[in-house]
Ligand binder design. Structure first.
Ligand code: FVH
Length: 296
């Protein structure tokens, strides 16, 4: 842990942005015993953190000047660029935990380097209430030396996972994990809408739904990953032909029950395309190839 001359165990850290997530990050740093300077566009939000021991900064420039390690967590990366514009970043390690794209992360990394700062981009895999719990972790990429130096301080948020020196890599992993989450939520919301249309309460169906989705994730994800990496898509589990034949039953039932089909129409189209392109005997892993080829 980088130390101060007064106390070898304490690091000076500034946190820019005290929304739900930034406030949780600042509170975790305070609980870990660090000296924390806080700034927020709406200054009133510094109050609860100051009560917990944080030092308020009147401007971003003051907050950046107060600490060698600066953590920023705003709504978007455009907000980050705008907020940082008046600050002198030279000599700073900037850790950006704002959600954004890999390209945005690379742009901000280049800007920070030009200003004489070291840059780490991060993807927070937690909601604010999970920060500092064993379930929370943050993905980091960018300046490896900065990561090695400050990892003990960043560990105040939960686990730390290094994913590489490309500053955009953490955002890519973050967005891929969020993709899995949103895909799961698409299924959960559609399933609940369907049972609700037949008078079954969401609470009554939540147990079986959770058990089924969990079992499928446990069984399916490793198998798909192995097939994708080996390029061997032939299956003895569930062929694309079988899935394509069954999928219209889902669509028809949504229609009969008055539930929108809008979330599932694209998947039906992808299954149809997989058959049209001759992949009937392959498993669902083939769809990864079809999607990747479409985006190329
Ligand atoms: N909350 C969550 O569960 C997720 C978990 C994973 C990571 N995300 C990302 O974290 C970023 C911040 O999210 P948040 O939940 O803290 O968001 P808010 O509570 O809405 O706070 C937003 C803060 O950003 C400040 N802000 C917005 N625009 C500007 C600007 N142009 N200049 C300066 N500050 C700005 C805002 O300030 P104010 O409105 O209080 O004045 C808040 O401090 C986000 O990327 C999530 O995707 C959270």
């Amino acid at each position: 842990m980088p130390s101060t001359s007064e106390n070898p165990q304490v690091s000076h850290v500034s946190v820019l942005g005290l929304g739900m997530m930034g406030a949780a990050l600042a509170a975790a740093l305070l609980r870990a015993g660090h000296s924390v300077t806080v700034w927020n566009r709406t200054a009133a939000k510094t109050g609860p953190l100051v009560v917990q021991g944080a030092l308020p900064a009147a401007t971003v420039a003051d907050a950046v000047a107060a600490s060698p390690l600066v953590i920023v967590c705003l709504t978007t990366n455009d907000d980050v660029r705008e907020a940082l514009a008046p600050a002198d970043l030279s000599g700073t390690v900037l850790v950006n935990l704002t959600n954004g794209t890999p390209a945005q992360a690379r742009d901000i990394a280049a800007y920070a380097r030009k200003q004489g700062a070291r840059y780490l981009d991060g993807g927070i895999m937690a909601v604010p209430q999970m920060i500092a719990s064993p379930a929370a972790y943050v993905l980091y990429s960018g300046d490896e030396q900065a990561y090695e130096t400050h990892q003990p301080v960043l560990a105040a948020f939960g686990g730390t996972k290094w994913v590489g020196t490309d500053p955009g890599r953490a955002a890519l992993h973050d967005l891929a994990l969020l993709t899995g989450m949103y895909g799961m939520l698409i299924g959960v919301t559609q399933a609940l809408a369907l049972v609700r249309s037949a008078g079954v309460t969401a609470s009554d169906f939540a147990g079986p739904l959770h058990a089924w989705v969990s079992a499928m994730l446990d069984g399916v994800v490793p198998g798909i990953a192995e097939a994708v990496d080996s390029g061997q898509h032939l299956t003895d589990v569930s062929s694309l032909a079988v899935n394509q034949a069954a999928f219209p039953n889902l669509m028809a039932t949504y229609g009969e029950q008055g539930v929108s089909t809008e979330l599932f129409e694209p998947f039906q189209r992808l299954l149809d395309r997989s058959i049209a392109e001759g992949h009937s005997a392959d498993g669902l892993s083939r769809l990864v190839e079809l999607l990747a080829a479409s985006g190329a």
